[in-house]
Design a protein around this ligand. Sequence first.
Ligand code: PEP
Ligand code: MN
Length: 343
Amino acid sequence: MIIILKSGVSDEQIEHVIRRIEDMGLRTHLSRGTYRTIIGVIGDEARLQDAPLGAIPGVAEVIPVLPPYKLASREAHPESSVVDVAGVKIGGGYLGMIAGPCAVEGHERLDQIAGAIKAAGANLLRGGAFKPRTSPYAYQGMGEEGLKILRDVGDKHGMPVVTEVMDPRYVDLVERYADMIQIGARNMQNFSLLTEVGRTKKPVLLKRGMSATVVDLLMSAEYILSQGNPNVVLCERGIKSFDTSARNLFDVAAVPTTKGLSHLPIIVDPSHATGRPDLIPACALAGVAAGADGVHIEVHNCPEQAMSDGPQALLPEQYAKLAATIKELAKLFNKTISALTPS
Ligand code: PEP
Ligand code: MN
């Protein structure tokens, strides 16, 4: 950590800063320049994490050298992590192909969609049983009945399943049915929920909040990792913007940015990022080309009857076309798509 002192700082103030740091068990190195004096702090920076050093008289700026997301950082773990979701690998050269309807709506419907996306090359089935809706009057999901259907259809097609949990009280329930637990954008900073999923053994799909920075996303991942669950996959799903031409602003630069800062896999969700089927293929491919470890896409076989997010759903045939192009692109980048065992 580097502490920059205010110009005109007095010798007593410098002495006081040094004493405060050394009292906390760290060493200091004082450097007096022509215009500015700085103090280098030597030792475990984590000890100072909560110390309000900026409040000490004479201190102008405190610059940490290590990121606050210690476990998620690439410094701590230079190799890219691979997350294994019931046999399907994501990260470190493996692409996750997550697809399915926004919500689980019934057995037959999900069965048809699962059959189609599996044939197209998807390796993880998604579907929400608890839906975070902006309106309390909108469809809220089937709850446990939806989880049972998702598990059953996933097993029938030999596909691991991913579904969202919104409430810390339901983490145990969702963990029983899901192979991967999704934390949605609206709950990215629900710290009690992050702590609860961090205590499970299941891989977690952590979506970026719509107003969250990349560092906010990594700090949320840190909550999960710090509870002992190392299996976190991040997801760029678009952020709020002034432009109303798409549902959100797809931040493709977040992919390489995150990869530079963290060893965790990151996938893209062009469905929620754009809200527009005509934009989804281009953004999915851009995400993979930018280094994403997978693609999360909503697919429905009758979007006009979908209970949620119908207007952004790809038809199974549109998904199949896109998945074929993703496979070609993956080859170019030496990436592999984990195969499913035939069922
Ligand atoms: C979803 O995956 O259906 C969903 C609600 O996503 P997000 O949290 O990114 O809006
Ligand atoms: Mn959705």
